[in-house]
Ligand binder design. Sequence first.
Ligand code: ADP
Ligand code: MG
Ligand code: MG
Length: 254
Amino acid sequence: MTMLSIKNLHASVEEKQILKGLNLEVKPGEVHAIMGPNGAGKSTLGYVLSGREGYSVQDGSASLQGADLLDMDIEERAKAGLFLAFQYPVEIPGVSNLEFLKAAVDAQREARGEEALSSAEFLKMAREASKQVNLPIEFLKRGVNEGFSGGEKKRNEILQMLLLQPKLCILDESDSGLDIDALQVVAKGVNSLRSPDRGFIVVTHYQRLLDYIKPDFVHVLSDGKIVKSGDASLALELEEQGYAWLNKQPEDDA
Ligand code: ADP
Ligand code: MG
Ligand code: MG
């Protein structure tokens, strides 16, 4: 069965039409990379799927494991197993990372009908995950993202993903200026969570990231639609040739 099914999605922000009939199917176990020119609508796709305020849908559908995503609010989408790693996570001063994560994990477990973790059990999980992303446990006692560097925010995001164990993870690495260390943290996080019952959408312009995360499919998003899909070799082709050739009409070659 399809995990995420997006059909003919049309969405706008500030009355500007951004997604113009986007189709995408992600089956459990698959990793889909989305590439494409700046301004194509890649980040918008993540925001629309996660239910961010200000984005409205005019037409089409998006469902996660058969449930209508577009009908749910942000929290319901998270409980249904959707995870969007934000490019620029917000700071929440006064709430420690650890408290924030515990609340999120509790909500997730409740939604799945699982028992709540004790503080000790949660701390043990959090320690293991923080080791995996190379983030000292002390960071988790600070306010959410308070005073975090870009790299630390990225590690923290991956840590959230490791703890929440979402069904469908969307990572938007397009504009995040990852250094090689952060790139590897992201890749390791994705690879360690890769499993037959989980799907990923990885937005990136870095072909290099795809050396570490081997995608099953690569799609080009241009002007609000998927205009080309292929396997991992498409990413290499795009790196070499850019995106302009995709808009070329066959007769241009004559
Ligand atoms: P990408 O991630 O592919 O670079 P985005 O999804 O960020 O593209 O943006 C798609 C288009 O939507 C761009 O033209 C951008 O300027 C526009 N856009 C994004 N957010 C807003 C907004 N809040 N208000 C108006 N236009 C926006
Ligand atoms: Mg952009
Ligand atoms: Mg973007």
